[in-house]
Design a protein around this ligand. Structure first.
Ligand code: GCO
Length: 478
């Protein structure tokens, strides 16, 4: 058994406490497939992935893991791995094929079946409302650049809260909004593939407004809801102690770690870290400062790697560059990301400094490696070691008083890794994308043994009681 670095104690799930939540995370577009089934409308990724050169090897997610049709078997696997929490996202364009307007009952039905199956298995369902798959119909109207998205998102959130709120307690309003703003609308590496620094600010502002607007709607419609957001975060090290590099690290930190939490906490945008952000004022309207605030029950942190940055004259506006792990002679994952569990510990300590954060949940953590199928087995010892090291770092922070309430491994099974297509495998379960065969990797088996004797509490009974109710969504009146 692995010893934790810092305390010398054996890493055991029970060391995290009886009420610690152990889960596994997924996202709709990465696993569902069935893009033409059940009345679903196109999302921005359907359109983006068809464009030449956008996704590695020209991969498409029309089938992905076919989770839409195989969810029962896959949830049985969640159960057999020992996880008691399952995080999935709702595909907005399954619920509202045109993004707004008529509700697609088949979409509601699918998530009802999925939620009910979770509960039948004594697994608590966690909904992410937005994990990057905006309906294409809304992108044609400007997408996240258009302030009307507040109304569209509010309507979608209301429908989901009314349809699922009787059986779902835990809600993540938004996943990694920084990726949407940065990769989706600024560098164009992600859907919808828009480029330009001047898209960044309105998109950030509309995302930040939607996270709090969505939070308020769920608060009003779902009694006893546990509401959060999921933010990517990476501890930032300056490349040197030179003032220029320290400044670069401050700017990177403002963008990567502060941009979405601080407005929610009532601190406004982190302009002290990155002056350019003061330009967001041109998108601010009266009342927005208040509207941005929301008292989340938890903040989901997703940590994969730490970064080292230095000043650079070659990158206008941000004036910094990332010093790639490959040049620093440090261990990396198949994504080229630095493996550094100390970064997880440091980022937790950094978030501990904020007054006003209630709970922290690690809403994603995991790693891609080259997996080799040999005699029906995947001996992915590097992935297991990664989880052990990062979990030890979480435990160390928890022992030092950081209020971490749960941990979600990314991810249940290999899936469509956005611009990397199927080339990057993050799963605890290997997927053969031709046959859809699943094989539990050694890391998955390790998790199963790790979680085997956890003392985790049972599913709240109130979630269970409502499963038998027949759910039909009433079309909104015109
Ligand atoms: C992310 C996502 C996941 C990724 C994971 C690995 O937020 O980036 O939530 O969809 O697959 O992070 O890159």
């Amino acid at each position: 058994m692995k010893q934790t670095e810092n305390t010398g104690e054996t890493l055991s799930a029970n060391a995290f406490g009886e009420d610690f939540l152990w889960g596994v995370a997924t996202a709709a577009y990465q696993i569902e497939g069935a893009v033409r089934e059940g009345g679903r409308g196109d999302c921005i990724w359907d359109v983006f992935a068809k464009k030449k050169g956008k996704i590695k090897n020209g991969d498409q997610a029309a089938v992905a893991c076919d989770f839409y049709n195989r969810y029962e078997d896959d949830l049985n696997q969640v159960k057999s791995l020992g996880f008691k929490q399952f995080r999935f996202s709702i595909s907005w364009s399954r619920i509202l094929p045109e993004g707004a307007g008529a509700v697609n009952q088949e979409g509601i039905d699918f998530y009802n079946r999925l939620i009910n199956k979770c509960i039948e298995l004594e697994i608590e369902p966690w909904i992410t409302l937005y994990h990057w798959d905006l309906p294409q119909a809304l992108e044609l109207l400007g997408g996240w650049k258009n302030r009307k998205i507040i109304d569209w998102f509010a309507a979608y959130t209301t429908i989901c809260a009314e349809a699922f709120g009787d059986r779902v307690r835990s809600w993540i309003i938004m996943n990694e909004p920084m990726a949407t703003a940065g990769l989706g609308y600024t560098t164009g590496e992600h859907a919808p593939g828009k480029k330009g620094n001047w898209n960044f600010l309105p998109v950030v502002h509309h995302l930040a407004l939607c996270q709090s607007v969505g939070g308020r709607i769920v608060r009003n419609l779902v009694p006893n809801a546990y509401i959060g957001i999921a933010l990517s975060c990476s501890y930032v090290f300056p490349d040197s102690e030179k003032p220029a590099d320290l400044g670069a690290a401050r700017r990177a930190d403002a963008l990567m770690n502060r941009l979405f939490i601080e407005p929610a906490l009532g601190l406004g945008y982190p302009v002290d870290g990155f002056g350019f952000l003061s330009n967001i004022n041109r998108y601010m309207r009266a009342g927005d400062y208040e509207l941005l605030k929301f008292d989340f029950d938890f903040i989901g942190l997703q940590n994969y790697f730490s970064v080292v940055v230095r000043h650079s004259f070659l990158a206008p506006v941000i004036w910094l560059k990332n010093v790639p792990a490959a040049l620093r002679n440090v261990p990396t994952t198949a994504m080229g990301w630095e493996i550094n569990a100390d970064g997880m510990y440091r980022i937790l300590k950094q978030f501990q400094q904020y007054n006003g954060i209630r709970d922290i949940v690690i809403s994603e953590n995991g790693a891609a490696f080259q997996d080799h199928l040999t005699d029906g087995e995947i001996a992915d010892s590097k992935r297991t070691a990664f989880f052990q090291d990062y979990l030890s770092a979480v435990l160390k922070a928890k022992h030092e008083g950081v209020n971490v309430k749960g941990y979600f491994a990314w991810t249940l099974m290999d899936n469509f890794e956005w611009a990397e297509g199927y080339s990057a495998r993050f799963g605890l379960i290997f997927v053969d994308f031709k046959s859809q065969e699943r094989i539990v990797k050694d890391s998955g088996k390790w998790f199963a043994s790790f979680l085997k004797n956890t003392l985790t509490q049972n599913l709240p009974t109130n979630l269970r009681e409502n499963v038998s109710l027949k759910k039909t969504y009433k079309q909104p009146e015109k």
